[in-house]
Design a protein around this ligand. Sequence first.
Ligand code: TMP
Ligand code: ASP
Length: 236
Amino acid sequence: MEDNFLYEGKAKKILTTEDPMVVRMVFKDDATAFDGKKKGKIGDKGQVNARISSRIFRYLQQKGIDNHFIEQSEPGEIIARRLEIIPVEVVVRNLATGSISRRLGLKEGLPFNPPILEFYFKDDQLGDPMINEDHIQVLGWASREEIEKMRESAHRVNGLLLELFRGIGIQLVDFKLEFGRAGEELLLGDEISPDTCRLWDLKTGEKLDKDRFRQDLGNTEAAYQEILRRIEELEE
Ligand code: TMP
Ligand code: ASP
């Protein structure tokens, strides 16, 4: 194990740098789904997701959403502020699909207006169970104030990303965010990529995200490349 090793998750490895407040995030080609029960690889995913995430984090910073992104260093790597991650996944849904469709028997594509925000406890062994604000506060994962900040930030990010993706012919269906603390600050962290968003082509309805891998639809690598191609055509 490298001596600068800090943490390894399913999709990324986190390494230290000379600056104790700064980390290197190395994106992996490994793909997992269903809490790690399905495993595989998506060609070049590490590099592609690092580039897509970088572009999105820069866009969000330009729009006033504070996040951990500092710069993209090597291909497949991002330099970021070191965060103490809050073990809560914040999901925003614009259209029904995935777990909400299964749980509530909703037809795929049913629009939510306003969008629905959900919290999940980040724990693979428990299968990332859905939780509410009381669970988060009483179990000590975040304060009421932090929960309110995450909620507000997630809704703003949704508005901004809906617009960004609409501009490149994509419907943002849903996505997951993670937040963490850097000293007194609460910052958006982790990644924003086709691994963590559902992205449907506006014209054809084609799925251009990790559902291709989850559902064995094929051409997963090409779908990720297509998102990268479109997002990098945008002017900074
Ligand atoms: P879900 O429909 O499976 O609950 O997923 C909702 C969104 O959150 C979808 O865009 C995929 C993303 N997501 C993650 O990025 N990581 C996760 O662990 C889960 C459960 C969902
Ligand atoms: N990323 C999560 C996992 O690997 C959920 C998913 O994408 O299906 O469990």
